[in-house]
Design a protein around this ligand. Structure first.
Ligand code: ZN
Ligand code: ZN
Length: 217
C-alpha cells in the first residue's frame, strides 16, 4: 500500500476544518482525505495546535495578543511532537469516516443509476452542500461540465483523468468556477469517488441538464 497521494487539500481548507467552520459535507471530505494522507494529517495537526495555543493565550480583557505570541506559539509547535498519532485504519475501500455514513464498506452503498452506467449515492448531510459517492465504470466519461461553486472530488478506487491531470486513490481534485472538465475513468478499473459540491454543476449538453433536478447534481 505505497500509493503516493499527489493532489492534496489546501491550507485554507485545512484551517477552516480546524476552526470548525466547514459544513458537514466538506468536513466529511477533509476527514476522509486526512485519514488516508499522512501529509495533510500532519498539517492539520499544526493548525489544530496553533488554534489551541492561541485560545489558551487569549487575553481575558480586550488587550491584543502580545506581538511575540505567534512566534512563541510557532516555536512551541516546532519543538513539540513531530507526528500526530496514526489513525486506526479500517480495511476496505471506504475510509473510516465514510464507513460511518454508509454503515459499512462498498457493499453497503445503496447506488442509484444516473445513466451511461454511472451510479451515485447521496449521503445524508446537513444542508449547504451535497456529498455523494460516484461510481464510474472503467473507461467511462462524466458529462462535460463547469461549476457554479466549489467541487471537491476524492478518488477511493481506480483513477480518473481530466484534461491535464490524473487522480488516483486519495487524490483530491478541487474545481471552481474557472475549471471546465470531462473526467474519464481509467480503463483498468471501475472508479469510485467521493464528490462534494456547494452549488449545482453547469452542463453543456441538454440531456444531463434535463436530468439535473432529478439527480440533484
Ligand atoms: Zn493530503
Ligand atoms: Zn467537476
Amino acid at each position: 500500500m505505497s500509493n503516493e497521494i499527489r493532489h492534496h487539500l489546501t491550507d485554507e481548507i485545512l484551517m477552516a476544518y480546524s476552526a470548525g467552520s466547514l459544513n458537514e459535507a466538506f468536513s466529511l471530505m477533509v476527514a476522509s482525505h486526512v485519514s488516508l494522507c499522512d501529509e495533510c494529517r500532519a498539517r492539520l495537526a499544526s493548525f489544530d495546535a496553533i488554534g489551541g495555543a492561541l485560545l489558551d493565550e487569549a487575553p481575558t480583557d480586550t488587550a491584543a495578543l502580545a506581538p511575540d505570541s505567534l512566534q512563541a506559539t510557532m516555536a512551541r509547535i516546532a519543538a513539540g511532537p513531530a507526528q500526530p498519532a496514526r489513525p486506526r485504519r479500517r480495511p476496505g475501500v471506504l475510509p473510516a469516516p465514510l464507513q460511518d455514513y454508509v454503515n459499512g464498506d462498498v457493499d453497503k452503498i445503496r447506488w442509484r443509476a444516473v445513466g451511461m452506467g454511472v451510479k451515485q449515492a447521496i449521503l445524508k448531510t446537513a444542508p449547504g452542500a451535497t456529498a455523494r459517492l460516484l461510481y464510474i465504470p472503467a473507461g467511462a466519461a462524466m458529462p462535460d461540465h463547469g461549476h457554479r461553486g466549489m467541487e471537491m472530488t476524492m478518488v477511493l478506487q481506480g483513477a480518473f483523468s481530466d484534461d491535464d491531470d490524473r487522480f488516483a486513490r486519495g487524490d483530491v481534485e478541487i474545481a471552481d468556477e474557472e475549471l471546465h472538465h470531462t473526467p474519464v475513468a481509467d480503463i483498468s478499473e471501475d472508479c469510485i469517488c467521493l464528490a462534494v459540491t456547494d452549488a449545482p454543476l453547469r452542463f453543456n449538453s441538454l440531456l444531463p441538464r434535463l436530468a439535473q433536478p432529478f439527480l440533484r447534481i
